[in-house]
Design a protein around this ligand. Structure first.
Ligand SMILES: [Zn+2]
Length: 127
C-alpha cells in the first residue's frame, strides 16, 4: 500500500471513529453490559452467532455488550450496526477492524466516556 493510500485509509478510519462517537454522544441509544452466555431475556437473539460477544437491538435502541470480552472493539462493532443498519455483517466487521487499527488513544477515551454516560445493566426482571 502506498504512503498516500495509507494516509487516506487512516483518515477514513478516524473519521468513522468520530462518526461512531457522535452517534453515541446523542444519547438516544443505551449500552447494556451482559454476560452473553447467560444473556437476559431482554437481549433478543436476532441473528446471533454462537461466538457473538455483542448485539444491536434496533427496536430498543440498545447495544448489548459482553463485558468479559474486548469492550472497545465490540462497542465499535455494534455502533457501526446501529449507525449503518444496511451494512452487511462482513462490511461491519471490516470497518470495525479498520477503525481499531487506527483508533487514537484520545478517541478511545472519548468513546469510553460517551459510553459511560449511557451504560446500564439489564432490566431487573431479567436478573
Ligand atoms: Zn455484527
Amino acid at each position: 500500500m502506498s504512503e498516500n493510500s495509507r494516509r487516506f485509509e487512516r483518515r477514513y478510519a478516524r473519521d468513522q471513529a468520530n462518526e461512531c462517537l457522535r452517534f453515541l454522544s446523542r444519547r438516544t441509544w443505551r449500552v447494556v453490559y451482559i454476560d452473553m452466555f447467560n444473556r437476559p431475556k431482554s437481549c433478543r437473539p436476532y441473528d446471533l452467532s454462537p461466538g457473538a460477544v455483542g448485539t444491536c437491538d434496533y427496536e430498543e435502541k440498545t447495544l448489548f455488550i459482553d463485558y468479559r470480552h474486548d469492550v472497545m472493539s465490540t462497542l465499535i462493532h455494534e455502533l457501526i450496526h446501529a449507525r449503518y443498519p444496511n451494512k452487511t455483517e462482513k462490511e461491519v466487521g471490516r470497518l470495525e477492524k479498520l477503525i481499531m487499527r487506527y483508533l487514537t488513544p484520545g478517541q478511545a477515551v472519548q468513546l469510553h466516556l460517551a459510553m459511560s454516560a449511557v451504560l446500564d445493566t439489564p432490566d431487573e426482571q431479567d436478573e
